[in-house]
Design a protein around this ligand. Structure first.
Ligand SMILES: Nc1nc2c(ncn2[C@@H]2O[C@@H]3COP(=O)(O)O[C@H]4[C@@H](O)[C@H](n5cnc6c(=O)[nH]c(N)nc65)O[C@@H]4COP(=O)(O)O[C@H]3[C@H]2O)c(=O)[nH]1
Length: 675
């Protein structure tokens, strides 16, 4: 509409301009007429004056007497012949068509048109003005005009009524009415006017045409811009609601669709199901074949799942290897089970990646409205819980939501609430497990381990609450506190005069991904006054493989602070060894699982030996975790492990306890002395 207005504005302008031109034309015509009438009036005046001077004296008597003469006699009077003769002399060669002499009573005494002689003009406006001494002129158009000489057609005539008097101040003695023929002049003027208006209209039409062309061009540009904007908005909307890798709707879209689907199911009174699908061991393929292959697998799988769904079912990619499906109008929940079976079957079909054949499986969790939940949010949680159940069952299967899962849910919720209280009530504290130098047997470091003392449940082990902290996001707050507390404690030990040792702190994946990590470490060091070389952060392999480039830059940022970095539980992750040369690592901590049976299991021994060789060749430190007896300690020392940690030396202990041990460690440490 706006665009049309822009384009039509030039047409509107043209119309307005033409109207103004026509109005101006009329005004001009009026002015021209007035000046024409004035001109003719002057001519009439001059004529009358010369008539009054030369002829009037000889006819004045007759004119004054005329009223007393009978009309017929008046018309045939010889006197009229004389007036006619005299006047003809006067008007010869002029554009005068008709002359009449009217006495002061309004009686036409003489007229070049003899038929008018004897007629009374008392009510004529021109005559009335003239008899009072004012000249009056008017312009009129006549289709047919009878002049003294001939019958004429289409005439413009200016009629002037001029008072006749001897002197300007003398009384009016009669009135002369003169008709001037202004046809030629008027025609000329009209023609000129039409021509001028014509030209103006033409020029304006051209200007408007240009304007039209210009606005049309602007309109087109505007329209193009609008179209582009609409396209951009559409594109942005698509990006906001679709997954860039697979092209399927994303999590945002899923949330909206689930709400709508539940609303529809409620209104129509039908059953609907939400399906949560997670690929089993996807991470393994992703890590070993690389992200490109992983992406390819996700796309292929997504399209395969889509193929076995009904057209009305909606498939979403939630992120990572997680997919969801909304099944609307399922008559009985068992129908959803059929779909799940079809999906499991199609996902487990072999597929080719990098010219090799692979098979993958999925774990599916399903929740049904209204059986399992009444709201979209709850339904999604139920399906998610069911999916975890399927995972626990070993994967490659599906599970419906059950009440028992709900109880687990509630327990989790209880745990989360208790944890939040724990943070505010300062129920969390740290214990420290020493790290021993295998050559000197001295404590050269310690690992800070988080503990929770619940007022009713007592000491809760980290295995029961770390993942909860992670899921709830509380780990950022708690993790920062752990770093600060470990730094503070280590500085306190140094200030107590103890030999300086390095304190290591575990990092969770959420913490590692948080943007505040580097700043948190920096301020923990600054606030405690601990030198950075006495702080170590322990990362797990899984933290490093998710977004390797980001992980590398973050590690370098941490290294710039001057702290040490180690890889915890080394050997249990799926990552390739090649990453080791890219990461600025100071130390590897061999996972406890390789140590436990190192004396009896030759494979474990071989792995430890290989890791040790690798660490030495790369020039990085090596710590053995979970050392529980002297045999293990001896073997590990033999394999070149320069640091040990485990119950053989000490369980995690309180800060004060560790302080007293460090202060006594001038002599060799006996494991039983510590804890
Ligand atoms: N059986 C046996 N176990 C030994 C031995 N020596 C040490 N351990 C245990 O092994 C765990 C070592 O810590 P981790 O591998 O980093 O594993 C830690 C770590 O991943 C996590 N964790 C603890 N504190 C924190 C923390 O502050 N932040 C984060 N993100 N995670 C933490 O919780 C895990 C478990 O911690 P804990 O229960 O304290 O368990 C500790 C420790 O008590 C041994 O000789 N035998």
């Amino acid at each position: 509409m706006k665009l049309q207005l822009t384009r039509h504005s030039s047409v509107i302008i043209l119309i307005v301009m033409i109207l103004v031109t026509i109005l101006l034309g009329f005004h001009y015509q009026k002015l021209v007429r007035e000046s024409l009438i004035n001109g003719q009036q002057q001519a009439g005046l001059m004529l009358t004056k010369s008539y009054a001077n030369s002829i009037w004296p000889s006819h004045a008597g007759f004119v004054q007497r005329a009223a007393s003469i009978k009309h017929d006699n008046l018309r045939n009077s010889d006197e009229l012949q004389y007036i006619h003769r005299d006047l003809r002399r006067l008007v010869r060669g002029s554009n005068i068509l008709r002359v009449a002499i009217i006495d002061i009573n309004g009686l036409i005494v003489y007229s070049t048109n003899r038929e008018r002689v004897g007629k009374q003009l008392t009510n004529d406006a021109g005559y009335q003005n003239a008899v009072t001494g004012t000249i009056h002129s008017s312009l009129s158009f006549h289709d047919a005009y009878k002049s003294s000489r001939a019958d004429l057609e289409r005439r413009y005539v200016v009629t002037s009524h001029v008072p006749v008097r001897i002197l300007d101040a003398a009384p009016v003695e009669a009135v002369i009415a003169i008709d001037f023929d202004t046809t030629t002049l008027m025609n000329e003027l009209n023609y000129q006017q039409i021509q001028t208006i014509g030209w103006l209209v033409l020029v304006m039409a051209l200007v408007s045409l240009l304007l039209y062309g210009f606005t049309k061009h602007s309109d087109q540009l505007l329209e193009k811009q609008l179209l582009q904007r609409e396209k951009d908005i559409k594109h942005m909307r698509h990006l906001a609601y679709h997954d860039s890798l697979t092209g399927f709707p994303n999590r945002t879209s899923f949330n909206e669709h689930t709400e709508e689907a539940v609303f529809r199911a409620k209104r129509v009174g039908w059953t609907m199901a939400v399906m949560f699908l997670d690929l089993d061991r996807f991470k393994l393929i992703n890590d070993s074949l690389g992200h490109d292959a992983g992406d390819q697998l996700l796309c292929l799988t997504a399209h395969r799942i889509r193929e076995v769904l009904r057209e009305s079912d909606l498939l979403f990619r939630m992120g990572g290897d997680e997919f969801t499906v909304i099944l609307e109008g399922v008559k009985i929940p068992e129908q959803a089970a059929d779909v799940a079976n079809r999906v499991l079957e199609v996902v487990s079909q072999p597929l080719e990646l990098q010219e090799e054949e692979f098979t993958i499986s999925a774990s599916i969790g399903m929740a049904v409205y209204p059986r399992d939940a009444k709201s979209a949010e709850h339904l999604v949680k139920c399906a998610d819980a069911a999916m975890y159940r399927a995972k626990e069952m070993g994967g490659n299967c599906f599970s419906f939501y059950s009440q028992e899962m709900n109880e687990r849910f509630e327990n989790q919720l209880k745990m989360e609430t208790a944890l939040r209280r724990a943070v505010t009530n300062e129920e969390l504290f740290l214990q420290y497990q020493p790290r021993i130098c295998s050559h000197t047997q001295k404590i050269i470091g310690t690992e800070a381990l988080l503990r929770w003392k619940h007022p009713e449940w007592g000491i809760v082990p980290p295995s029961r609450f770390i993942s909860q902290l992670e899921e709830s996001g509380l780990i950022i707050q708690v993790g920062t506190w752990v770093i600060r507390e470990a730094c503070r404690q280590n500085k306190l030990w140094q200030d107590m005069g103890l030999e300086p040792i390095r304190v290591s702190v575990n990092l969770s994946s959420r913490q590692f991904r948080s943007e505040s990590l580097v700043n948190a470490v920096r301020s923990a060091l600054a606030d405690s006054g601990l030198e950075p070389c006495y702080l170590e952060l322990e990362l797990t392999e899984s933290l490093l493989v998710d977004n390797t480039e980001h992980a590398i830059s973050l590690m370098y940022a941490l290294k710039e602070l001057g702290i040490a970095l180690s890889i915890d539980d080394f050997g249990t992750g799926y990552s390739s060894l090649s990453y080791l040369k890219r990461f600025p690592i100071d130390c590897l901590k061999i996972d406890r699982s390789f140590i436990t049976e190192i004396a009896s299991n030759t494979k474990d021994a071989a792995i430890v030996e290989a890791i040790s060789t690798l660490a030495h060749n790369l020039g990085i430190g090596l710590v053995a975790e979970g050392v529980e007896n002297i045999n293990q300690a001896k073997l590990l020392k033999g394999y070149g492990c320069n640091e040990m940690q485990g119950y053989y030396y000490s369980r995690p202990v309180d800060a004060n306890h560790l302080a007293s041990v460090i202060s006594q460690q001038n002599s060799l440490i006996s494991p039983t002395k510590i804890a």
